[in-house]
Ligand binder design. Structure first.
Ligand SMILES: C[S@@+](CC[C@H](N)C(=O)[O-])C[C@H]1O[C@@H](n2cnc3c(N)ncnc32)[C@H](O)[C@@H]1O
Length: 407
């Protein structure tokens, strides 16, 4: 994946000092907790077998959606993140707040207050068919995405997001072919004739029915709860930013916004409080240059690794990574009492050079459904610096090791 890269931070959006980014972000997309009261968990695949056939899993807490919290507490959180987003935006920037029926009405009033009613642009309805159905009420099959501009000068180019013409849109219109052989449909209304050529691009309105939710077997699926499809973010990012602009997601979860920003050649800023969110996002972005600000974990794991200088490269071998006994005791595992040895507990590892307190990554190995086995050897160029390896394990711990010690 190309892309100019960005910054990923393991931190709380409301307590992190982001003042150096004020006035620099062209698009903020927020998909915060929706006030469901749920405690979301992630089902983490373990080892080569787990990744190959989903047979070995760990269930870990991912994030808490205001379980037991009052509405006032939730609304004060929303006010905080909307205010921060407003400060981050450039004068021609756009804000998208993704919620559902639980809080969208409250959020609309908060956004009107913070952005100004006149900067409200759209109440986008994202409609989908997944999830259960009810007979007690009309099944809830949409989310709401509130769209605001920072000022009336916001940048917006709908031609960047052509979409398929809605099927029923043209059904009642007369189909014809013009003298050049182009087929079109037309309708007369209020004394005017409206003509729609079949070969002309169509653009989305504010009801999005053509973006499907993540399916169970979707190859994009990371296992992170409430992950959004990349197509949704592609549409948002393409219409309100240009290449190289900065896109921010202050609660990035599995990193969908950052992946979309990279795929569309935009820079990104991503934050989340969950180490699992960071771990999944890192993995999805491992081919994109980016900085990560996250404290190392305080875990006393043991590593068996070696470094062999060759011609032009160091061969860095990772043989085993062992977490302290009992590390998995309080967790639900599938199968029960699942043995974890060798490199099973490693989800991803990176090799590189440490110089001037910065770790420069030169090679990465991550487990995915397509490549469940983790390469044991990575190559690092013979340049100045201390060879180091960074390991992210299945519990979300991030540790850093140099030839003789753990840092
Ligand atoms: C609905 S999920 C985001 C899912 C994401 N859009 C995706 O596609 O994967 C909400 C995220 O907000 C994060 N979060 C909650 N409170 C936060 C805070 N104060 N600062 C940063 N992240 C926070 C949670 O950890 C969770 O990952």
């Amino acid at each position: 994946m190309p892309g100019p890269g960005g910054l990923l931070m393991l931190s709380d959006a409301l307590t992190t000092d982001l003042s150096s980014f004020f006035g620099t972000v062209k698009c903020v997309y927020l998909d915060p907790p929706y006030y469901t009261g749920d405690r979301f968990s992630i089902r983490m695949r373990v080892g080569e077998e787990g990744w190959a056939n989903n047979s070995r899993l760990l269930t870990l807490p991912a994030y808490d959606d205001f379980a037991g919290a009052s509405r006032e507490t939730y609304l004060s959180f929303l006010r905080g993140i909307i205010t921060l987003s407003h400060k981050l935006l450039t004068d021609d920037g756009s804000f998208f707040l993704h919620l559902d029926y639980r809080a969208s009405a409250h959020a609309r009033l908060l956004c009107d207050e913070i952005f100004g009613e006149s900067n409200f642009i759209n109440d986008i309805i994202w409609s989908y068919q997944t999830g259960g159905r009810s007979k007690r009420y009309f099944s809830r099959k949409h989310d709401t995405i509130l769209f605001y501009g920072k000022t009336p000068d916001r940048y917006f180019d709908i031609t960047q997001v052509p979409s398929r013409r809605k099927k029923d849109h043209n059904n009642h219109m007369k189909r014809q072919v013009d003298e050049k052989g182009r087929s079109y449909r037309s309708i007369q209304s209020g004394g005017k004739t409206y003509t729609y050529y079949d070969d002309e691009p169509s653009y989305p309105d504010d009801v999005w029915t053509d973006v499907s939710q993540m399916q169970q077997r979707d190859p994009q699926r990371t296992g992170y709860p409430t992950q959004k499809p990349q197509m949704l973010l592609d549409r948002i990012i393409r219409c309100c930013t240009k290449e190289d602009d900065l896109v921010a997601d202050l609660m990035c979860g599995s990193g969908t916004t950052l992946v979309s920003a990279s795929a569309n050649n935009r820079r990104f800023l991503g934050l989340d409080t969950s180490p699992h969110a960071l771990s999944v996002s890192r993995k999805r972005l491992h081919t994109v240059g980016h900085h990560v600000l996250a404290p190392l974990s305080d875990v006393s794991a043991m590593v068996d690794a070696g470094v062999l200088p060759g011609i032009g490269f160091y061969d860095v071998d990772l043989n085993a990574y062992t977490l302290p006994s009992g590390a998995f005791d309080s967790l639900e595992t599938t199968p029960k009492d699942m043995p974890i040895h060798g490199l099973d507990a490693v989800d991803q590892w990176y090799a590189g050079l440490l110089s001037d307190t910065t770790f420069h990554v030169y090679a990465s190995a991550v487990r995915t459904k397509q490549s469940p086995a983790l390469p044991r050897t990575l190559k690092v160029p013979l340049l100045r610096g201390t060879v180091g390896i960074m390991i992210i394990d299945v519990l979300g711990n991030r540790t850093f090791w140099t030839a003789s010690s753990q840092v």
